[in-house]
Design a protein around this ligand. Structure first.
Ligand code: CA
Length: 755
């Protein structure tokens, strides 16, 4: 038995090798003890094979020394059939090691990383490779102590054909570390990986790939990042955060990813032959240039919508004599032969302010092709551009050129070529924009061949419909039996719900005319981690709720959650949440984060608490509770609390949200209760995009909007305010006038409501 797993194989040395034949061994190991035994005596050429099955709580220490001719391999018996679950991780250290075919799932790493190319601070991996491996949704339940998934140390390592998806905690998905000389000038190669969906984090720390840190950013890294596919990497404003020198980022595809490839620190990087497909998705970005000697050539960007630092192309202003962690001046940037197609924004000298006064110098912008359906060049200029030479760029039919010299406006007919990209039909324009030789990396080209890349999120109403009657417990039982994506269709009747309904999947609950719901506990719905809820065509009353303060119709679990969630209400009537004081409609949990909260065509009346409480992150770290909040076409009346309180504190600029849209609502006598400490009808603090349009506000306190950082966009337009004063909008950090736009609002001091 002892030796049964030790299979001796004769390793045939390749004839060209200098070494004599070595009897390499293959160990098929069944458990952690056998693995440790095998690893303790590994020789060049040996292979350790993990038996197919579930390996739980397995911290793999793969420490060995192979040779260039005879590397040492750690592999799955069948690629993808070795599951590392629970609290597992991998550290490799030594030389010429290969790891292949592992699948990290259903758990999280107990340490700082899932895969680390080192065993200790000084014992690193060199000339080693991790391939054919997956890390899927391998998350700690503590959202903001997530660590990195992959940490590359040492030199000459390769990370290829892996898939990393579903990171929901803070910490970069993959980091190249340069924190000692042994990890600098590393010549790593990161290629053919599938960087799959990374949901919006709602904070800094959601980068997908970071190379270096500001501290070591003047060191050259020589890392090659090529042929990877970045699929909806939406964590934060930076998809790739390059913070070191002499890296090459090429032939990658960025698909509908919110954020940019940012050359944040370090000089002499090359960004070429990359393709960005924004497909019109909000906040999709391109390339952001900072520092010296950066080359940006032959990239193709299409349908990219981002603005400001998240634009399709952003050339930043620097800080004179910048500290290492601020903004070094753009010097000797070469931006040539790029195609900018339906790119909404190109920003030159972006971020120009009292600190960032150093405009780009010695730079070239040439042979680029700009074509936008809206006959615009999309260019904005924020400072002196005399340091950039503009030469031989063409723009499709722009009504007006933003920059006079170096751009020619022409009518350019574009046709889609076999490679899926658009090129000018006119052969005379062939030398502008990206090359026809570009071959975009496909999703299929990346990740392990054994792995079917899953969709992580389930859409509402994508599953089966179950008809539910109003008999006691029927709703509860149907909910328990339902699958994510299913619809519970309630038949006519009154539903008295006697226990809080835990929503731990994606569920739609639909009523019809004559469906009424009341509940006997402090909450009707509790959103658990992984749950999302859509309600429609229901009337919900608070009359049967307990006579105690602080009831809440819908709330998140009290535990922190890591899955983003969605909450939607359409054609819902909510009334009589007034049995006691502070009876709220929705209360966010601490460390809960909504992708979207959407309330449409609904009516709310006689409520003693607040409608939406989205102010649970009071630590002022730029963390908040919801990315998109929309109220449209609703009626709110006689609400003692506030319509909403959205809070994003601090000065961090790593997120695009929150976004708040309040359209075409009727809001009467909302926020006048003595327990509404905000004394506001709604309070938005640190919201990045606000649109309050076409509403009728009557007999309610003021709107309060606090602008923090990030040049927030606020529009308050076409509203009627009766018996109320004008919105109070303040700049908490920026000096100068308030940047909000207030237009076409009408104010009548006397109330017009009938009380
Ligand atoms: Ca960041």
């Amino acid at each position: 038995m002892q030796n049964k797993w030790l299979v001796s194989v004769v390793w045939v040395a390749v004839a060209t090798l200098i070494s004599v034949n070595v009897a390499a061994k293959e160990y098929l190991v069944q458990d952690q003890t056998q693995f440790a035994d095998a690893v303790s005596s590994l020789q060049p050429g040996d292979i350790v094979t993990l038996a197919d099955g579930i390996w739980s709580d397995f911290e793999i220490d793969f420490v060995a020394k192979g040779t260039v001719e005879a590397p040492i391999t750690l592999q799955a018996q069948t690629p993808g059939k070795v599951l590392l679950t629970g609290q597992s991780n991998l550290q490799l250290a030594g030389e010429y090691l290969i790891v292949s075919g592992l699948y990290f799932t259903r758990g999280y790493s107990p340490s700082n990383a899932v895969i680390e190319f080192r065993h200790s601070k000084t014992h690193l991996a060199n000339y080693s490779r991790v391939t054919n491996t997956v890390i899927e949704s391998y998350n700690n339940s503590e959202k903001f102590s997530g660590g990195n998934w992959v940490a590359l140390y040492g030199q000459y390592n390769r990370f290829d054909h892996n898939a990393l998806l579903g990171k929901r905690t803070s910490g970069v998905t993959m980091a190249v570390r340069l924190n000692s000389k042994e990890s600098q000038a590393n010549y790593h190669r990161i290629d053919h990986n599938y960087f799959g969906e990374r949901p919006i984090l709602g904070s800094n720390g959601g980068e997908t790939l970071r190379v270096g840190t500001s501290h070591y950013s003047l060191s050259n890294s020589f890392t090659m990042i090529e042929n990877n596919y970045f699929d909806r990497c939406n964590g934060e404003v930076e998809i790739i955060s390059n913070k070191s020198g002499a890296n090459t980022i090429q032939n990658n595809v960025f698909f509908e990813s919110r954020g940019t490839l940012t050359l944040r620190h370090g000089n002499g990087n090359i960004v070429q032959n990359n393709v960005f497909f924004g497909n019109g998705v909000e906040h999709t970005g391109g390339i952001r240039v900072i520092n010296g000697d950066q080359t940006i050539r032959n990239n193709y960007l299409e349908g990219v919508t981002g603005y400001r630092f998240g634009s399709g192309m952003t050339i930043m202003n620097g800080v004179p004599n910048s500290k290492i962690n601020r903004y070094h001046q753009v010097d000797n940037a070469k931006i040539t032969h790029n195609s900018f197609i339906n790119l909404d924004h190109i920003h030159f000298a972006a971020g120009s302010d009292a600190e960032r006064t150093a405009a780009p110098i010695n730079s070239l912008f040439s042979r680029n092709l700009i074509a936008h359906n809206n006959n615009t060049d999309g260019i904005s200029v924020f400072d002196d551009l005399s340091g950039i030479t503009f030469k031989d760029n063409v723009v499709h039919g722009a009504d007006e050129l933003t920059i006079d010299n170096g751009f020619a406006s022409k009518t350019i007919d574009l046709v889609r070529a076999e490679n899926g990209l658009l090129y000018p039909q006119d052969p005379a324009l062939a030398s502008y924009g990206a090359s026809t030789q570009l071959q975009p990396t496909t999703k299929q080209d990346t990740g392990p061949s054994w792995y079917t890349k899953p969709e992580l999120s389930v859409a509402f109403s994508s599953g089966k419909t179950h008809t539910v009657s109003s008999t006691p417990k029927a709703l509860y039982k149907a909910l328990t039996a339902a699958q994510s994506g299913d619809v519970l269709q309630l038949t006519q009747g009154h539903y008295t719900v006697s226990r809080p309904l835990a929503i731990d999947k994606v569920i739609t609950i639909k009523g019809t005319k004559g469906v009424t719901v009341s509940f006997e506990r402090k909450s009707l719905f509790v959103l658990e981690d992984g749950g999302s809820l859509a309600l429609s065509h229901l009337t919900i009353s608070g009359v049967d709720a307990p006579d105690s303060a602080g009831n809440t119709m819908i709330r998140n679990t009290r535990q922190p959650t890591i899955h983003t969630y969605r909450l939607s209400m359409d054609h819902v009537v909510v009334k009589d949440l007034d049995i006691n004081h502070s009876f709220h409609v929705f209360d966010s949990g601490y460390r809960a984060f909504a992708d979207e909260i959407t309330i449409t065509n609904s009516q709310f009346s006689n409520i003693t608490g607040d409608i939406l409480r989205l102010n649970k992150e009071q630590d002022d770290l730029g963390i908040y509770n919801a990315e998109y909040v929309t109220l449209a076409g609703n009626e709110f009346s006689h609400i003692q609390g506030t319509l909403m309180n959205v809070y994003r504190g601090g000065t961090d600029e790593s997120t695009f949200g929150p976004h708040v849209f309040v359209h075409n609502n009727s809001i009467t006598n909302v926020g006048m209760g003595k327990r509404n400490k905000s004394k506001a009808v709604l309070t938005l603090h640190g919201v990045q995009v606000t649109k309050i349009e076409g509403n009728r506000f009557v007999d309610s306190p003021v709107i309060v909007i606090n602008h923090t950082v990030g040049e927030p966009k606020t529009l308050v337009a076409d509203n009627q305010f009766s018996g109320m004063s004008a919105p109070v909008i303040q700049e908490l950090y920026a000096t100068g006038p308030v940047t909000a736009t207030l237009v076409n609002n009408t104010f009548t001091l006397n109330s017009t409501s009938t009380k």
